[in-house]
Design a protein around this ligand. Sequence first.
Ligand SMILES: [Zn+2]
Length: 400
Amino acid sequence: MQAKSDTQLVIGPYESANFSREEILDRIKRYVEAVPTRRLIIWNNQGDQWFERLVKLCDVHHLEPYLWYPVLADRMDKSLPDTDELVRSATWQSGYGELGLWDGFVGNDENFLFRCPEHSIDGEEEGREIATTLSRFGFAGVFLDRIRYPSPANGLEMLFSCFCQRCLETGLVHQHRVAEQAVECMVAYCLEGHAMDWPTFVQACGLGDLMERRARAITEVVKTITGGVDRSRFSVGLDLLSPALAPLVGQDYGQLSVCSDWVKAMTYTRAIGPAGLPLEARSMVTGLQEAHREIGREKASRFVEGLLGLPIGSMEDLYQSGGFSVDVLRSEISCAQRSVRCGVPVVAGVELVDHPVFPTRITAGQADSMIAATEATGTPVITCWNLLYIPKENYRSLMR
Ligand SMILES: [Zn+2]
């Protein structure tokens, strides 16, 4: 029998504007009737009736409904953070930096403006809100997303945050001084052609304290929120960036997996969107090129391959073919498996969409080979990231 996979559904303003209620429900039914599915993870900010309808649909199809909950950015109440709540770089940019900043944030339903995890979030309150929502609609659990600092797509400067007013009030004079120089330090090593992995870079630039503070802050947010959820009734899943990117955004798989029942690794090797390896790696290359006129694409690519632990030549592969190979996918999945605390199951995020908003168009052939590569590692698949946009031919190899 085909192993069950999980899937993710988004019902936001775009979906409401472009589909009728029946069209949305038909697409979901067509998918879950064809693909043996365990968890349906639901992002909905289009009214409570959607939660009611979808939980009912899950009952009928024997699926576990999960509340997909964005914590630090793109929250369900759709409120945009005030500037003083946003993560700030050491060079005083808030929300977005400049170097390598992705131009796709404009006009999107999601803005990826992150709140400071240390000073702009009330984790206990969020935990209570989540617990109420889980009980009220009958969810099986919660899936926490946006539990991180901004990624390279928000601009390279943001990797060395947070130095918002309230963070600065706690001291951090030395961390701040080091962080102000971090991009220059990265540029200098890149110019020298000095390849190094992320931990070596962090150590070489004196960024160890800052990176530890960031990882602690993210873990603390997750701990506090999940502390408000009755774990004997509800399960907790976490949405984590692929292991190559996780340490850049304050996510420590080992520490975080302790606070959860399972972990999804966003092992996206073809998605063009924040959190996808292609866009993030490309933003780093572009950021380095923008930071210094003597840094060309090849030099920057080689340096980024080192930082992210990608095989030499894989950036060129990305520029030529629009994605990374299935070898990269396999190696990211294995790394996620090795990084969680024992016993915490990992599910591997595989993007299968032909997306109308993000420039991600996965072909059936690519879908088949990514699913096969994931299954070969023995890791369950979670189909991403909106089942409404997964063409039928892209899930054929998961069908019963
Ligand atoms: Zn802050």
